[in-house]
Write a protein that binds this ligand. Structure first.
Ligand code: C5P
Length: 220
């Protein structure tokens, strides 16, 4: 008998990388596969929630039983999420959004002829979580922190800086976990309770653990 403990919740999930154009044929992006966000969206759906998945470009098939909105840039992701934010009771921001983007993408393909060096000028991309956090009415806000060092202190700082309820911190340098992998290990931090550590497990199981922790917080 499947659990239906998320029935009545409206869950907005972001997943995957963003792509920021350098010129008409090139972009800046990152190694996110989208698997963790898709696992959260599927777990919430299977537990009875209504789900909208906003996804950057990934190789994953669109999950059934939810609305899927595909976007490319951080700006498009920010727009898609802010349009649906008022509808949501819970927002899970698993996407690996660009922190910086080219200030002005070249209109024509950048040529290598005659250049011994090429500098790119970048500007900050919109910080979506900070923006959503400022728009918040009663939504539970959950973020992710992919770190390569000092996992817990960095994640704790993001939890506070972005005004989140929960943050899932994972060490992306750990073998068998993180980007592209089917498994993940994480520490889940909240503003109130102690950190919870989850050892290496399938992303889908970690997604279920996260939803259970979020529901406890929503009911507290
Ligand atoms: O990139 P960073 O580790 O700071 O990401 C932490 C959280 O902030 C993630 O949940 C990510 O989805 C979110 N984020 C965002 N907008 C950005 C960068 C990150 O919402 N421009």
């Amino acid at each position: 008998m499947p659990r239906a403990d998320w029935r009545g919740q409206r869950v907005l999930v972001s997943a995957g990388p963003t792509q920021e154009a350098l010129d008409p044929v090139r972009f800046l992006s990152n190694r996110s596969s989208g698997k963790m966000g898709y696992a959260v969206a599927e777990a919430a759906r299977d537990r009875g929630a209504e789900v909208v998945l906003v996804t950057g470009p990934t190789a994953l098939p669109p999950p059934a039983g939810m609305a899927v909105v595909t976007v490319t840039t951080a700006q498009e992701m920010a727009d898609a999420l802010s349009q649906r934010f008022a509808w949501a009771t819970v927002v899970v921001m698993a996407a690996a959004v660009a922190d910086f983007r080219p200030t002005e993408p070249a209109r024509q393909k950048i040529k290598k002829q005659g250049q011994s060096r090429l500098s790119l000028e970048l500007e900050p991309a919109p910080d979506i979580l900070a923006m959503l956090s400022a728009m918040r009415t009663s939504q539970l806000l959950i973020g992710f922190a992919a770190e390569t060092e000092d996992l817990v202190p960095h994640a704790q700082a993001k939890l506070l800086a972005k005004g989140l309820d929960l943050i899932v911190a994972n060490d992306v340098t750990r073998v068998g976990a993180g980007f592209g992998s089917d498994d993940n290990a994480a520490v889940v931090l909240s503003r109130t309770g102690p950190p919870r550590e989850f050892g290496l497990m399938p992303k889908r199981r970690l997604a279920d653990e996260l939803l259970t922790a979020a529901l406890e917080l929503a009911r507290a």
